[in-house]
Structures are given as structure tokens and as C-alpha cells.
Design a protein. Structure first.
Length: 168
């Protein structure tokens, strides 16, 4: 997690799969969770259950960003085996249950690539930012983008609460 000096961050809790923090920007507060979802699809319900418990404690608007190791639809994968429909549905149901909205990136799409050539190339959108509806309503100028990293199989995802704000 990287941020500018103009914000005040207070870490609340952390583990090997998350970092919870409250971010203060001026008079506004927003809960931000950095997240790493289980790689094994059979363990992902544990990841969703964990985030559900965090969501029950959050009193502020909430943003979650990181590697969810999950996809919402077939457009989030190119190459390789098809996505198991039950895994897509489980992730969608989790987002719906907590009323979390996926922030589509302005630039870039796939965040993971296996760095192979030809028919063996696989690209997936595993990393993302999601936020609560109240956060979307309060921060109407949010944006997300994917920055390609050649030396890694995962790209960087950036999130900006004010990027789309019109210039005065």
C-alpha cells in the first residue's frame, strides 16, 4: 500500500491476508482494506467470510483492494481452462451480499499473466478495488488503473479517490 503525505493512515488490524486501516483526508474518513484472497478456490469461502466479518465492523465508507484470486465473468480471463461457474457465482454473491461495487479500471484490464507465449499464454483479472455504495456516493471521482510490470506476473493496480475530478 502506497499513499501521498496528505493523508493520515491509522493501521487497525493486519494478518498475512489483509491490512485494515482508517484513512483520514481532510475531514473525511474512509476504511481501507488491503486484501489477499486464498489462491486455492476451495479456500476462497474463508476469504469471503473474513471480509464479511470486517464489513460488519466497518462504520465508515469502505474500500477493499488487492489480489482477490477470483473473477466475476468470462471477460476477466483469456486463454487456459474456462472459469468454473460456481467460483464466479460465489464471488458475485459475496459482493452482492455486502453491497460492494467493482471499480473497473480506466487503463488496463488483466492484472496477472503467466508470461508464456502462443497458445500457452493466460491472462486474468485477479486484482481489483471494490467499495461500498456510500463510499461511491461520497467519492464520485474515483478511478482505478492497471500498470504493467514486465518483471512480474502481477501488475500494479492504482486507486485514486479524486482523479476524475473536473479541474476548476
Amino acid at each position: 500500500m502506497m499513499y501521498k503525505d496528505v493523508v493520515d493512515i491509522s493501521i487497525q488490524t493486519y494478518s498475512k491476508h489483509h491490512i485494515d486501516s482508517i484513512v483520514k483526508i481532510g475531514n473525511n474518513r474512509i476504511w481501507v482494506t488491503g486484501f489477499y484472497g486464498h489462491h486455492n478456490p476451495n479456500d476462497r469461502s474463508t476469504s469471503w467470510g473474513f471480509l464479511q466479518r470486517v464489513g460488519e465492523v466497518v462504520k465508515e465508507e469502505w474500500v477493499v483492494g488487492g489480489d482477490f484470486n477470483a473473477m466475476l465473468n468470462d471477460a476477466e480471463k483469456e486463454g487456459g481452462r474456462r472459469i468454473v461457474r460456481a467460483h464466479i457465482n460465489e464471488f458475485r454473491d459475496f459482493l452482492d451480499d455486502l453491497a460492494l461495487v467493482d471499480i473497473k479500471p480506466d487503463r488496463g484490464w488483466f492484472t496477472w499473466v503467466n508470461n508464456r507465449n502462443g497458445d500457452r499464454l493466460i491472462k486474468e483479472r485477479l486484482d481489483r478495488f471494490i467499495m461500498t455504495v456510500p463510499a461511491m456516493e461520497n467519492y464520485t471521482f474515483t478511478s482505478s488503473s492497471v500498470v504493467r510490470r514486465i518483471q512480474s506476473d502481477h501488475d500494479v493496480i492504482l486507486f485514486d479517490l479524486y482523479r476524475r475530478q473536473p479541474m476548476s
